[in-house]
Ligand binder design. Structure first.
Ligand code: NAP
Length: 293
């Protein structure tokens, strides 16, 4: 911001503040959008947050929720460049800041590149890592090809380990940071056709507990969420007869919404009152896996 713009902004801010006070309103009260103050948007100064797979589905909702809290959000994606750029635009409109970074989370090179590009974009260290990127390659065990097994393990399990390792090196230096892993209830109760996915998500839940124990003395929290069935491109692929069967087993009688998962992740990633939570995995599943928390 130039000095002249800064000066005008400060004058405008002080006159609006005066107007509010003369009307008995605190200047910290929420103001309607599209008024003179919209030009006074404060710089996004929240933590630098990496959301892997932030271009679509749950990751998109999480990235937006963090952006709304004025975080500086790295929206990682594999292929959907336009979708990721559009998430960044939405984050900026919400008062946050962001950057879209292409990087393949199923490879160590991709993960190195993600952290290198993040360090170029933001001088502050990464404060929050949301390990969300994930894929499915569903089929019965008897039919599962080696690539269907390894693709899912590489993205959903190995990617989480290597990204968390890279983030923890940064966070240990800062003596603070939060890692939230997006697991799944399938990692706790299994699912037909998802041996690969269940193994990866179960591994993520176990990894969360181990990393939490290692990092807690260094001021870093590691938690996980275990969504049930949530509306997204991933579940849109499910055949209708499977959806009908699944629906019968969800006490809430519906799929969850990405925004509902995002609310829980935001709490674990940012909220002051979550500072004493580590190593746990929280179900958000409409009750499908009651008894497994
Ligand atoms: P989705 O709609 O298919 O979106 C997947 C996201 O992950 C996309 O942003 C995709 O990027 C990204 N991604 C995939 N492979 C990647 C890679 N190798 N490197 C970087 N990014 C990659 O899936 P979703 O339903 O939102 O799922 C998000 C997470 O929630 C996953 O970990 C999933 O297992 C978990 N989850 C979902 C549900 C559910 O019901 N939806 C339930 C439990 C857990 P591109 O857009 O570039 O492809």
């Amino acid at each position: 911001m130039s000095r002249r713009v800064l000066l005008c902004t400060m004058v405008l801010a002080s006159s609006v503040r005066g107007l509010l006070l003369s009307r008995g309103m605190s200047s910290s009260m929420r103001l309607p959008q599209h008024n003179a103050l919209s030009t006074l948007r404060m710089e996004a100064d929240g933590p630098v947050c990496i959301v892997t797979g932030g271009s679509r589905g749950l990751g998109r909702a999480i990235a937006l929720a963090l952006g709304k809290e004025k975080c500086r959000v790295v929206v990682n994606y594999a292929n959907s460049a336009a979708a990721a750029e559009s998430v960044v635009e939405e984050i900026k409109a919400l008062g946050g800041d962001g950057i879209a970074i292409q990087a393949d989370m199923s490879t160590q090179e991709g993960i190195k590149s993600l952290f290198a590009q993040t360090a170029e974009a933001y001088t502050d260290p990464v404060g929050v890592l949301i390990n969300n990127a994930g894929i499915t390659r569903d089929t019965l065990v008897m039919r599962m090809k080696p690539a269907q097994w390894t693709d899912v393990i590489d993205t959903n399990l190995n990617g989480v380990f290597f990204a968390s390792q890279a983030a923890s090196k940064i966070m240990i230096k800062a003596r603070k940071g939060r890692i939230v892993n997006v697991a799944s209830v399938v990692g706790k109760i299994g699912n037909v056709g998802q041996a690969n996915y269940a193994a990866a998500k179960g591994g993520v839940i176990a990894m969360t507990m181990s990393m939490a124990r290692e990092f807690a003395p260094r001021g870093i929290q590691v938690t996980a969420v275990a969504p049930g069935f949530i509306e997204s491109d991933m579940t849109a692929e499910l055949p209708t007869e499977i959806v009908a069967n699944v629906m019968k087993s969800i006490p809430a009688g519906r799929f969850g919404k990405p925004e509902e998962v995002a609310g829980l992740v935001k709490y674990l990633a940012l909220d002051e009152s979550a500072a004493y939570i580590t190593g746990h995995c929280f179900n958000i599943d409409g009750g499908i896996a009651i008894g497994t928390c």
